[in-house]
Design a protein around this ligand. Structure first.
Ligand code: 13P
Length: 253
């Protein structure tokens, strides 16, 4: 059965000492709870803190992810970080296609697909973000947009490869705005994404893929969101920066 996942995307936040403190708090909070065996907690800090996070993760109950990766294997790409580097640091997951990368860095579905390929070639699991902007939802085009992103970023994969992928539905209008998708809106889109996977790869494969919700998810709404049959957890921004809030979400299944 597919995993329940709560992943914290710290984005560009935290100094070294703040990161150290948060990881330390998180570790001791996680030690106090017994999570169901199918629950995976992932922390995605900025690159400079990846190693520190991995050290904490080694004797704790979470695993570490990166926030982005280069679409290239190696070479003269100043400032970029490759999948081979992440693999050599024993990182397990990596976010790709976040709406902030798409909006501020012009990341295309083809680039998302190339990044996914890099990650899979280096034994990392991609967390692939999709989601519509407000204007697309208001004009009723949200499914069309998400279908294009899912197909463009993922449908070149075979049935074995797609099972390594986690999908995160993050409606852009809900990110950092305090405006959360309703549980019904989330379930409807998650079921739609799973139906696309079913059509392409069959029901058995589609049922194995975790689909996370992201966008102003917090302890007060996580339970209701996660209780939907196709919502397998969350990708958490703001609320992942406080151990107490993040733990409130982690324990919401
Ligand atoms: P917020 O939880 O801050 O809305 O961010 C969601 C997000 O973008 C996670 O990747």
């Amino acid at each position: 059965m597919r995993k329940h996942i709560v992943a914290g995307n710290w984005k560009m936040n935290m100094t070294f000492s703040e990161a150290d403190e948060l990881l330390d708090e998180l570790m001791s909070e996680l030690e106090k709870v017994t999570l169901p065996r199918d629950t995976q907690v992932i922390v995605c800090p900025p690159f400079p803190y990846i190693e520190m996070a991995s050290d904490y993760a080694n004797d704790s109950y979470f695993t570490v992810g990166a926030q982005d990766v280069s679409e290239h294997e190696k070479g003269a790409y100043t400032g970029e970080v490759s999948a081979a580097m992440l693999e050599s640091c024993e990182i397990d997951y990596c976010i790709v296609g976040h709406s902030e990368r798409r909006a501020y860095h012009g990341e295309t579905d083809a680039q998302v697909a190339a990044k996914v390929d890099q990650l899979l070639a280096h034994n990392l699991k991609p967390i692939v973000c999709v989601g519509e902007v407000l204007e697309e939802r208001e004009s009723g085009r949200q499914q069309e947009v998400v279908k294009r992103q899912v197909e463009g970023g993922l449908f070149h994969l075979d049935a074995n490869q797609i099972q390594q992928v986690v999908i995160a539905y993050e409606p852009v209008w809900a990110i950092g705005t305090g405006k959360t998708a309703t549980p019904d809106q989330a379930q409807e889109m998650h079921a739609f994404i799973r139906s696309l996977l079913k059509e392409k790869y069959g029901a058995a494969v589609a049922d194995e893929i975790s689909i996370l919700y992201g966008g102003s998810c917090k302890p007060s709404n996580a339970k209701e969101l996660f209780s939907n049959p196709d919502v397998d957890g969350g990708l958490i921004g703001g609320a992942s920066l406080k151990a107490g809030d993040f733990m409130g979400i982690v324990t919401s299944f």
